[in-house]
Design a protein around this ligand. Structure first.
Ligand code: TYD
Ligand code: MG
Length: 463
């Protein structure tokens, strides 16, 4: 907990979950209802914040003036390739000048590895700076050498004080800075302990200001807490231009980088990597890696074509349905939203006539991937049904489609593209919403079953 604020500063209390701020401490956040999530944050009075502005890069402060937008100089296409195609894709086509990108993920998932690899390639064309607050310079150099990265232009700084970091940055004038990790940063203007929400937030704010004023692109590395937020500071998410999450299943070598927010590109864009001996390798054509790989047909499995970001992916949904000893049977969803599963099971009961009220239902999306779009509805229900009846779906079958509360199957965007992806990978049958099905009933060798109602889809899958 923070020490009391000194002199002129004002104290506010900031919720680590949602970022709301309050003038008094309270046990529960009035905004999001989280308990014990408020921590002290010292607000510097605007007039007396010399330290925040003292670095020379701030220059002299100009009076704000109103400008016609057409007169504003902007460089729309000023994107720099990171040299890693999958990272460029998630960024929206490369790194934008002055952009601040937060890269979040569990400890050990590969954030430092990814950014070190990117930075080493970027260093060939422009000055870069890797600021490490967690590992020593020797550890960073050792890893870079092990990964066979070119070390020439790779400049690093082991430091956590934001004032010192900015002073060094001003002197070295890098075009790209990585701060690994933002949780280790602290500013001397605050009395709160390093790692506290206020320290992290203020340090990040200083880096954001630096990025905007100098046009330097900044990557902030942030560890994710057990609750899934970027450690405490969910607050950071709205300060930065882009938030990328690095995800993966423990035990799997595949890693997925997902754009959760992006002012310069599509959200939900996915980049896929494989972690190997020489660091992260791109998987530029990831379509089939999220299938479980077993060639034998299994009950409780359904392959779907999801479209996350701008490319279709084949993903396997697995379900296990088993008689429950509990009066309140379990519904567990991994890789999809739990509430949506509960809703889908209610539709299955009401409009499909399938009773699962006395069964535990577990649903898992294979490969540690998270599917957020509604196109997963139908495949989830077919997997559940297949497990319940202990009968596999017909061979080489895929499905996609949204399931409505009245049991109707609703179309999803980019149907044709999904069908093409399935055909390319040798699938022979597709159960899809009627509006997504071609009139002829087939598509490039794929037999397409058009379903308007859940009952029709069930008949097609369980025939
Ligand atoms: P790291 O980038 O340090 O993770 P983060 O910064 O997100 O905490 O990744 C560490 C993990 O990656 C560690 O468990 C070892 C593994 N790894 C490899 O498998 N191969 C490699 O070449 C490297 C550098 C790391
Ligand atoms: Mg790290």
């Amino acid at each position: 907990m923070a020490k009391p604020a000194s002199g002129k500063s004002r104290t506010a209390y900031v919720c680590a979950e949602c970022g709301a701020s309050f003038s008094k401490w309270q046990g529960q956040c009035g905004e999001c209802g989280a308990w014990n999530s408020l921590s002290e944050f010292v607000v510097e009075p605007a007039a007396s914040a010399p330290a925040a502005r003292r670095s020379s890069w701030a220059g002299k402060v100009e009076a704000p003036k109103v400008t016609a937008l057409k007169d504003v100089r902007h460089s729309e296409e000023a994107r720099v390739s990171t040299g890693i195609g999958e990272l460029d894709r998630v960024l929206g086509g490369g790194l934008v000048e002055g952009a601040v990108v937060l890269v979040g993920g569990d400890p050990g998932i590969g954030k430092s590895t990814l950014l070190l690899q990117a930075l080493a390639r970027l260093a060939a064309s422009q000055p870069v700076l890797y600021v490490t607050g967690e590992e020593s310079l020797a550890q960073v150099a050792g890893r870079a050498a092990r990964l066979d990265l070119p070390l020439d232009g790779l400049r690093a700084l082991a430091e956590t004080g934001i004032e010192k970091i900015l002073d060094h940055a001003v002197a070295a004038q890098p075009r790209i800075v990585v701060a690994d990790s933002v949780q280790t940063l602290w500013t001397e203007t605050l009395t709160a302990a390093p790692g506290s929400v206020s320290q992290v937030r203020e340090s990040a704010a200083r880096l954001v200001r630096y990025a905007k004023e100098t046009g330097t692109a900044v990557f902030l590395v942030g560890h994710v807490t057990k609750e899934g937020g970027i450690a405490g500071p969910r607050v950071l998410e709205h300060m930065v231009d882009a938030v990328l999450y690095f995800e993966g299943e423990s035990g799997s070598r595949f890693r997925v980088l997902r754009a959760f927010k992006n002012r310069f590109g599509a959200v939900n864009e996915l980049g896929v990597f494989a972690m190997g001996e020489k660091g992260l390798k791109e998987v530029p054509n990831p379509s089939a890696i999220f299938l479980s790989g077993g060639s034998a047909r299994q009950p409780g499995s359904c392959v779907m074509v999801t479209r996350e970001g701008t490319r279709p992916l084949l993903v396997e949904v697995q379900a296990l349905v088993d008689a429950s000893p509990l009066s309140n049977p379990r519904r567990v969803a991994v890789g999809m939203e739990q509430n949506r599963l509960a809703m889908l099971l209610a539709v299955l009961h009401r409009h499909g006539g399938v009773v699962v009220g006395d069964q535990d239902v577990f649903v898992n999306v294979v490969g540690g991937i998270r599917v957020q779009e509604t196109a997963a509805d139908l495949p989830v229900l077919l997997a559940v049904l297949s497990s319940l009846r202990d009968r596999p779906l017909p061979e080489k079958t895929i499905a996609f489609g949204e399931v409505g509360l009245s049991g109707e199957i609703r179309p999803v965007p980019n149907g044709e593209e999904r069908l093409r992806e399935a055909a390319t990978h040798g699938f022979r049958r597709a159960i899809v919403p009627k509006a997504n099905a071609p009139k002829s009933g087939s598509f490039k060798g794929l037999e397409v079953v058009a379903a308007e109602r859940l009952s029709q889809a069930i008949d097609a899958a369980m025939e």
